[in-house]
Design a protein around this ligand. Structure first.
Ligand code: DPP
Ligand code: ZN
Length: 872
């Protein structure tokens, strides 16, 4: 397998100004004729035209109407070289392939009742010979022809130009997309689909027809996506001044899909799990995910489609920025604090783990073998954190000036992360050359902070040092530019800040500031500090770093009670949980949990001054993954056991309040999916789950009652989860069965049912998992189902996956090898938990052996790259 380097980037030798496709679908065989208007790139020497294609049978090649013969061209592996001296002209090819047999879910494939495409990143080459790279932008017109009964709906990008009947029961449609785009944004759908419509009028008065295409059985699950899309359209006009630019906006729901969704111009293709929703079948988290993903794909219309990436190393240019935009949107639509807590949980428990493992890579990687492997939390979520830091450093107005400049300057172009940062610099006249190290240096920086209070001089000094471990691509790290949003707390709350040697706002009541850390070591002195303060650091998680400050328990409790930053109050509670878990690790028999922490939580519950969703998060002990990162010297099963103990203590100590919440809180409210209602349900269900963990006798009855009477999926599933934790085998087994019978016709609910069971911690976990893969509703060809069982087991079922015999590792390895034969992208994802072997000491050796066993087989490029890097 060949490694591709960013430093080797060159412009293409040729451009393709127009692309005319004629796609003729018959069962088992699809023919594609392509006419490409080729133009030499003058700045480059005259070299032959080399197109790329995969798995194509080539029937015909012509240049300017003349059929090419032997000697005019050569097909070798995945490349087609045209030897003629080419000036401007039309290249024609005709190829065929079989979408029915395409199990990779890249290119054109069949999913249940429809044909559909996934071209990002490099799927278009499975459809026709092409310059399949994002810097080649072309105007597409697409004619689709298929059987009228099997495929009554024929869709592609842009506007419908013409449609009609043909002989033999066939019909066609012709689509034209006036906007230049790279091939990865091409899309085509042909199938028997129902459509739910909506409409939106843009600020400048353009009417937009919204069409959501689904299987007829899912017509009752489209409204939330349509509403979310309209909110996203309005929000982007308000927030970024960006309008939609075509007459139609189409979304198609597909059951077999590798990603969450895809932003193809005018024709988004969505995983059913990210678009379908109704209150009977969808949880609150599901609703919020649909809202976020619909918005994300919509926002790509500007950040990704109108302004696209020069090459795939710049993937974060569109993904990091678009994730930032969708996070802003979700924060505005719901609760900003809750959204931030959710995002930080993902960063800390999953992105940090990626950054700490052998597959750590920069947000703008320097090399790859298979680009599909780089659709990662680092490129997406850490990429979004970079944009967030820039936005905060600039402030609202300058950031808007920067994005206005970016979108207007680069519209219709394929650009780089450097261009993005240049737009930021333009708007605020700052120099971000050091800041750009966030793009090129992998790894999570570690910031160690110490303080000194001088009671005589009334000064307070904060000293920071930063470091970052060596990672495969960047051995020696230079200091990062790290914004530290912070404040100081006294006994009664926030103190006014009077820093001595850094810029201060003129606001006399200033209790909050942002320090800019740029050196390996740096100190900041605050004057007129009349009491020993507690620092509130990295408020709102102002930078994606690990912070080390030696807080005492009392200081954390002060932060939990008094900080003006709600996010940091939550964060302090998490830190107190970490301390408790560590105590339980050190002394499993006689550990103590700070009664002041429990008391503070109790007061917070009573007072109800914080929104319920945030209280719910305060009551949740951090994930095993995060705890493991915080105590790497301990065995993961010991960490799991210690965490369980802390959860029990927490639940017992708050038992009365939790019981009140679990049975009575908001219990009779009419079901609604607004943020406030969602938050109240979250608190009630968190309480129920804690009671279940604590083994409180009444929990069983409460859970069963809620399970039976719930009028929405969130409450029903939460009750089922609690029943599983309580584990009175008959009752639990019955409830699981009842649930399946109730929902067996709803694929997405069945997936939840699979996930719940894959996560059940027990000695029999693996046997149960094995049995579930034999269940009639399970399908290896469906990524959602595979993820629901296999990813949930290996990422969340700590005792099952890491069981002493190593059987969990072996099982995963076998599955990965099997899946790789049909769907390499999926296999390369599934293997991730094994790649983290180095964290697991003794167990890690067995994990590594399993990885080596995988690596000894013939593998796809995708899986080869991941296993090879993980074994280094
Ligand atoms: N469909 C993926 C996303 O929107 C890749 N572009 O993030
Ligand atoms: Zn995206």
């Amino acid at each position: 397998a060949q490694t591709i380097y960013l430093k080797d980037y060159r412009q293409p030798n040729y451009w393709i100004d127009q692309t005319e496709l004629d796609v003729n679908i018959t069962p088992g065989l699809t023919h594609v004729k392509a006419r490409l208007k080729i133009r030499p790139n003058k700045s480059l020497a005259n070299e032959p035209l080399v197109l790329v294609g995969e798995g194509l049978t080539t029937h015909h090649i012509a240049w300017n109407g003349r059929a090419l013969g032997q000697g005019d061209y050569a097909i070798k592996g995945d490349s087609l070289t045209i030897f003629l001296p080419l000036s401007e002209g039309w290249l024609e090819t005709e190829v065929s392939f079989n979408p029915e047999e395409n199990t990779s879910l890249e290119g054109l494939y069949r999913s249940r009742t429809m044909y559909c495409t996934q071209c990002e990143a490099q799927g278009f080459r499975k459809i026709t010979w092409y310059l399949d790279r994002p810097d080649v932008m072309s105007v597409f017109s697409t004619r689709i022809e298929a059987d009228k009964i099997q495929c009554p709906i024929l869709l592609s990008n842009g506007n419908l130009i013409e449609a009609g009947e043909l002989e033999g029961g066939r019909h066609y449609a012709r689509w034209y997309d006036p906007f230049k785009k790279p091939s990865y944004l091409f899309a085509l759908v042909a199938g028997d689909l129902a459509c739910k419509t909506g409409s939106f009028t843009t600020e400048s008065g353009r009417p937009v027809a919204i069409e959501v295409y689904v299987e007829p059985k899912d017509l009752d699950k489209c409204d939330h996506a349509i509403d979310s899309l309209k909110r996203a359209m309005a929000w982007d006009e308000r927030t970024y001044g960006l309008e939609y630019d075509l007459d139609r906006y189409m979304i198609v729901a597909v059951d077999d899909f590798n990603m969450g969704a895809m932003e193809n111009k005018g024709l988004n293709i969505f995983n059913t799990s990210c678009v379908l929703a109704n209150s009977k079948t969808t949880t609150d988290l599901g609703f919020q995910r649909v809202e976020a993903v619909v918005a994300h794909e919509y926002f790509h219309n500007w950040s990704g489609n109108r302004v696209t990436c020069r090459d795939w190393f710049q993937l974060s240019l569109k993904e990091g920025f678009t994730v930032y935009r969708d996070a802003q949107f979700s924060a505005d639509m719901n609760s900003a604090t809750v959204k931030r807590i959710e995002d930080v949980n993902v960063l800390r428990s999953a992105q940090f783990a990626e950054d700490a493992g052998p597959l750590a890579h920069a947000v703008r990687p320097a090399s790859f073998i298979e680009i599909s492997n780089f659709y990662t939390l680092t490129v997406y979520e850490k990429g979004a954190e970079i944009v967030r830091m820039l936005a905060n450093l600039l402030g609202v107005d300058a950031f808007r000036k920067a994005t206005d400049y970016y979108f207007s300057t680069y519209d219709g172009q394929a650009v780089t992360c450097d261009d993005f940062v240049a737009a930021m610099e333009y708007a605020c006249a700052k120099d971000f050359s050091q800041f750009k190290r966030w793009y090129s240096q992998a790894g999570t920086p570690e910031v160690t902070v110490s303080d000194h209070y001088d009671a005589d001089a009334n000064t307070y000094t904060l000293s920071f040092t930063q470091s970052c471990r060596p990672t495969p691509e960047t051995e020696h790290k230079l200091p990062f530019h790290i914004p530290v949003a912070m404040g100081l707390l006294g006994d009664a709350g926030s103190l006014k800040l009077q820093p001595k040697d850094f810029a201060l706002s003129d606001d006399a009541d200033n209790t909050h500031t942002v320090l800019e850390l740029t050196e390996a070591s740096q100190s900041f002195v605050f004057s007129n500090v009349f009491e020993q303060p507690v620092p509130s650091l990295f408020r709102g998680f102002s930078a994606p770093v690990n912070v080390r400050f030696n807080y005492s328990e009392a200081q954390l409790i002060q932060l939990l009670k008094l900080d003006s930053d709600e996010f940091n109050r939550w964060s302090a509670s998490q830190e107190l949980a970490v301390i408790a878990v560590n105590a339980a690790l050190q002394e499993p028999a006689a550990f103590r949990v700070s009664e002041y922490w429990l008391e503070a939580l109790s007061v917070i519950i009573d007072q109800q001054l914080i929104e319920p969703a945030v209280i719910a998060y305060m009551l949740q002990v951090p994930s095993v993954s995060y705890l493991h990162d915080r105590s790497p010297q301990h065995d993961v099963l010991a960490i799991y056991a210690a965490r369980e103990k802390v959860v029990k203590v927490l639940a017992h100590s708050l038992e009365n309040q939790l019981t009140t919440i679990a049975c009575c809180y908001d219990a009779n409210a009419a079901y609604q999916v607004d943020a406030a209602s969602i938050g109240r349900r979250a608190l009630r269900n968190t309480a129920l789950l804690l009671l279940a963990h604590a083994g409180v006798p009444s929990a069983s009855e409460l859970a069963l009652g809620q399970f039976r009477s719930a009028n929405n999926m969130t409450d029903q599933l939460a009750a089922l989860k609690a029943l599983i934790v309580i584990d009175e085998s008959d009752i639990t087994a019955e409830a699981l069965d009842e649930f399946y019978q109730q929902w067996r016709h709803e694929a997405l609910v069945v997936n939840q049912w699979f996930s719940l069971q894959a996560a059940v911690e027990s000695e029999k976990a693996l046997t149960r998992l094995e049995q579930l893969t034999q269940h009639p509703a399970f399908q290896w060809s469906n990524p959602n189902k595979v993820r629901a069982l296999i990813s949930v087991f290996s990422n969340q079922n700590v005792t099952g996956f890491h069981c002493d015999s190593g059987a969990g590792y072996k099982w995963l390895a076998d599955v990965v090898v099997k899946v790789d034969k049909s769907n390499p992208q999926l296999a390369a994802r599934l293997v991730t938990p094994l790649t983290r072997w180095a964290k697991y000491a003794e167990r890690g050796r067995t994990m590594r052996q399993e990885l080596a066993r995988i690596a000894a087989q013939p593998l796809s490029k995708d899986l080869f790259e991941v296993t090879e890097k993980a074994l280094k």
